[in-house]
Design a protein around this ligand. Structure first.
Ligand SMILES: Cc1cc2nc3c(=O)[nH]c(=O)nc-3n(C[C@H](O)[C@H](O)[C@H](O)COP(=O)(O)OP(=O)(O)OC[C@H]3O[C@@H](n4cnc5c(N)ncnc54)[C@H](O)[C@@H]3O)c2cc1C
Length: 430
């Protein structure tokens, strides 16, 4: 007989978006969280560089907004950018309270404070990070807290196959009633019924040849929402990260933008720098400009990759700031303290669509845009912006969502329109 489970809220996805949402829901709600594989196997765990917010006394909300709008090439929704930036520091505070071990340093006046790094297109240092494994630190803290909560049940290796809607059952009153879920251990499909459903299933970058994302980023949430009759939009907006390691064994290993933030230079095979020809900000230009420049040079010269070089910095500095990148490169036979490493642009972030103009505030509220540091390159139009993991309204904020990140696209999930069709369904991930 088919197993049936009943919850107040069913959350599909256990990355930063899904777990933050679960933790911010009232403790008297019965909540189920699904993940396709092990709980941590999503993009969140692999995020390296960090999260932007106004945390330095010399920085300001207005400056962060201005940088974000500029990095967004005029395509950002100003209201969403403001919301995101204004809530950044509070969201970081929430993560700190959860125990996320962000990197600290001693300031010139002897104070201990958080170390902030810089990202492309931004004038201030505002990226808080946990060395170069920020996502792992955040996911670990979120996971630990989630496992402590008695009202939250975690279902690992459970794949949501399709949404159950009233329309599919021939009922009136458009509602999402739950989801059919494949238990990978038993091979059986179970029915999860829920009063509300949250799609926090990450992005769809696996549709590209080169991607920084893990295999879970296959766009399941978008597809399920689409099959349920939701409008999906702006799918041509996809962010490409400029520097993914180019190596047959590296699969999708990202070289954090902070390497360029700390002085890393992009070089052609003959050792010449080229970014200045594309943008006066050089290697610190927004992400989309850098990725396009690399792509241009690769096509112009017929080369498979360019080089990223930070070997002019002291080895101890590189190893302290980039232990994960350094260690992985070393495993593959490259010592980044001594030589440049090969890099290519790779699909990184699935973009979102604006909810502006939606009729009812409650629909708009459900889909706050998050911010993912940096900028993104759409396949047809170029734009840069931020935002990633979101979860604004109903759940508060998530780390990369409404608040902490730097540039904000001001765009909500591409499939978020399901909240318009089904008032009890929201889409929050990226
Ligand atoms: C290498 C890398 C580096 C990054 N660096 C940064 C950074 O420095 N700063 C920043 O702000 N952002 C960064 N990002 C982007 C950021 O990590 C993502 O935007 C963010 O983690 C997305 O969170 P999420 O919860 O929406 O999705 P994910 O963390 O991808 O989680 C998706 C979840 O959905 C589950 N899922 C998917 N489909 C199904 C299904 N059918 N059934 C059940 N479960 C399903 C998955 O198992 C997973 O648990 C980086 C991303 C990558 C890949």
């Amino acid at each position: 007989m088919q197993q049936q489970r009943d919850y107040d809220v069913l959350i599909i996805g256990s990355g930063a978006a899904g777990l933050s949402c679960a933790l911010r829901l009232p403790g008297d709600l019965r909540v189920a969280v699904l993940s396709k594989g092990p709980l941590r196997e999503g993009s969140t765990f692999y995020a390296q560089g960090g999260v932007s917010a106004v945390l330095d006394r010399d920085d300001s909300v207005d400056a962060h907004i201005a940088d974000t709008m500029a990095a967004g090439a005029g395509l950002c929704d100003p209201a969403a950018v403001r919301y995101t930036v204004e809530h950044g520091a509070a969201a970081i505070g929430w993560l700190i309270d959860l125990g996320v071990p962000f990197t600290r340093e001693e300031k010139a006046d002897g104070r201990q404070d958080y170390h902030l790094t810089r990202e492309g297109g931004h004038r201030h240092r505002r990226v808080i990070h946990a060395a170069d494994a920020t996502g792992q630190a955040i996911e670990n803290s979120l996971e630990a807290e989630t496992r402590r909560r008695e009202n939250i049940d975690l279902y690992e290796r459970h794949i949501a196959v399709d949404l159950i809607t009233s329309a599919k059952l021939g009922l009136e009153d458009p509602r999402c009633l739950g989801a059919y879920v494949l238990d990978r251990e038993t091979g059986h499909v179970e029915v999860f019924r829920a009063r509300s459903l949250v799609l926090a299933s990450g992005g769809a970058s696996k549709v590209y040849l080169y991607t920084s994302n893990p295999d879970t980023a296959s766009g399941d949430g978008i597809a399920m929402a689409w099959r349920a009759g939701c409008r999906v939009a702006n799918l041509e907006f996809n962010q490409f990260h400029p520097t993914c390691l180019y190596h047959p064994l590296a699969k999708s290993f990202l070289i954090t933008e902070a390497v360029r933030g700390e002085g890393g230079r992009l070089l052609l095979p003959d050792g010449t720098r080229f970014m200045q020809q594309f943008d006066p900000r050089g290697e610190l230009a927004p992400r989309d400009i850098v990725a396009r420049a690399i792509d241009h040079e690769m096509k112009r010269l017929g080369i498979d990759h360019v080089l990223l070089d930070i070997s002019h910095k002291p080895a101890a500095f590189i190893i302290e700031h980039f232990p994960t990148v350094y260690g992985r490169c070393l495993e593959l036979g490259m010592d980044m303290t001594k030589e440049p490493i090969p890099v290519v642009p790779a699909a990184h972030y699935t973009a979102r669509t604006s909810t502006r103009g939606w009729p009812a505030p409650r629909y708009r509220r459900t889909c706050r845009p998050g911010t993912n540091r940096g900028s993104r390159i759409p396949t047809r139009r170029w734009w840069s912006a931020t935002t990633g993991m979101s979860c604004g309204a109903s759940c508060g904020t998530t780390w990369a969502s409404c608040a902490p990140t730097s540039a904000s696209s001001g765009r909500a999930g591409a499939w978020s329109c399901c909240s318009r069709k089904y008032g009890n369904t929201i889409a929050i991930s990226g």
